[in-house]
Design a protein around this ligand. Structure first.
Ligand code: ATP
Ligand code: MG
Length: 433
């Protein structure tokens, strides 16, 4: 079939035959969050543009190039959320959640929107699992958050994922570092891209995150932040490393990680794989001790991460990880005539009351086509109802996986008999219950 209008570039549909992959990762991330005591928060899809400009930062790629913004009636400026932290923190402040004591731990699974060049693992609408941990400056919190992300990665069955960590210090150490970077890039000014020329003046650390090959090459020999950390930031980083060690979580120190958003302080981290090409950062996060003050005037330390669900699924597919099996039909009731069809409706209604997935013909097809359909939808059992079966009050129940049949009585007690047989099947054939 030809379509008049197709989906926008950089967006994805998830068709029913693929959706089990999403159900798998959504379950994994929610279970992990709950396991670590995080509660779900739900936030709007769009926010006042000012929220992202203030929090994500106006020297970042996201704000400079990637936001989908509209001017609504009366000049109000709105932006489709490019990430979740700003909205989640705004919502926590606005709803008084931060007056309820610390720490506050929230998570969300949301769509995000960025105007980027679409490619594998880089979309214009993508999905993030995000966690925010608010009200603690302790490195124990950084370690707990990293352990949560690692739990997701392990439960998903991913291998070959490296945890890279860095500290980008506090505003105090960063001032000295910025000065060193300015000096370094001043000699190489002519080669920087236009965006980075602007960054050189306003926020030179952003140059290290530039995706242009020339800027990345120039950044390779730039001074590293770890040489400029103040004593407090150094101690925080040392404690984090020690705690990760105690937890048995392996990491690499990667002074090149500065993270894409402006609000980060001290700890930054990424989980990176080389298995899905260039867009290999599956999860990125860190501490943002200054953000809440920027938004509310009150200083509260916090940290969080965002995990890209498309990249998580891509990596799972590449590595052959297991997804939860899609749930299929328990019983398909084929029918030979109108009387049997009416009976199938009644039997199915009874079965569904007990949570049994029962299906019957609603298209008006012949027996052969009905059985073909039963196979296609992966029905575990089937039976054929006709006048004989209705007269004798008995029917052959067919196990679709091995073709074996069992005669059972119709009418009262049918549901119970079927549930017994189904439970046995699940125990013996699929080994689950
Ligand atoms: P990148 O360097 O790949 O552009 P980023 O630093 O912009 O990533 P974050 O803002 O930290 O990404 O977002 C957290 C996570 O969300 C990323 O690690 C990635 O898994 C995912 N992500 C970010 N942008 C996209 C996108 N356009 N398409 C798909 N996933 C994305
Ligand atoms: Mg990006």
């Amino acid at each position: 079939m030809d379509l008049v209008v197709k989906r926008p570039k950089g967006t994805q549909d998830v068709v029913p035959s693929e959706v089990y992959k999403w159900h798998t990762v959504e379950k994994i991330v929610k279970d992990a969050a709950e396991l670590f005591g995080f509660k779900e928060i739900r936030i709007p899809t769009f926010e006042d543009t000012g929220l992202f400009v203030r929090s994500v930062g106006d020297t970042t790629d996201v704000v400079q190039k990637e936001m989908y913004s509209v001017t609504a009636k009366g000049d109000a400026q709105f932006t489709l959320r490019p990430e979740g932290t700003a909205g989640a923190i705004r919502a926590m402040i606005e709803n008084g959640v931060l007056n309820e004591g610390f720490p506050q731990k929230v998570y969300y699974v949301i769509s995000c929107f960025r105007h980027e060049k679409p490619q594998s693992g880089r979309l214009r609408e993508f999905h993030q699992f995000g966690c925010e941990l608010v009200g603690t400056a302790s490195p124990a919190a950084d370690a707990q958050l990293i352990a949560l992300a690692k739990n997701v990665i392990d439960t998903a069955g991913l291998k070959n994922i490296e945890l890279h960590i860095n500290s980008i210090g506090c505003p105090e150490c960063r001032a000295k570092y910025h000065a060193a970077l300015k000096e370094y890039f001043a000699d190489r000014k002519q080669q920087l891209c236009d965006t980075c020329l602007d960054r050189l003046e306003r926020n030179p650390m952003r140059i290290l995150d530039c995706k242009s090959p020339i800027c990345s090459e120039l950044s390779k020999n730039a001074p590293i932040i770890l040489d400029y950390l103040c004593d407090d930031c150094k101690e925080h980083f040392e404690k984090l490393k020690a705690t990760l060690g105690d937890m048995g979580i392996e990491y690499k120190i990667d002074p090149r990680i500065v993270r894409g958003l402006d609000y980060y302080t001290r700890t930054v981290f990424e989980f990176i794989t080389t298995d899905i090409g260039a867009q290999g950062t599956v999860c990125g996060g860190g501490r943002y001790d200054g953000l809440i003050e920027t938004l509310s005037g009150q200083s509260v330390p916090a940290l969080g991460f965002g995990m890209g669900l498309e990249r998580l699924i891509l990596t799972m597919e590449k590595q052959g990880c297991e997804f939860m099996k899609p749930d299929t039909c328990d019983i398909y009731i084929a029918t030979l005539d109108d009387e049997a069809a009416a009976e199938a409706v009644k039997i199915s209604a009874e079965l569904r009351k007990s949570g049994i997935k029962a299906e019957y013909d609603i298209v008006g097809r012949g027996l052969k086509a009905q059985m073909k359909y039963a196979n296609k939808i992966g029905a575990k059992f089937s039976m054929v109802l006709g006048s004989n079966e209705l007269e004798q009050h008995e029917v052959d129940l067919k196990n679709m996986s091995d073709g074996s049949t069992k005669r059972i009585t119709l009418g009262e007690g049918f549901c119970e008999s079927f549930i017994d047989i189904l439970c046995n099947y699940l125990l013996n054939i699929e080994g689950i219950m």
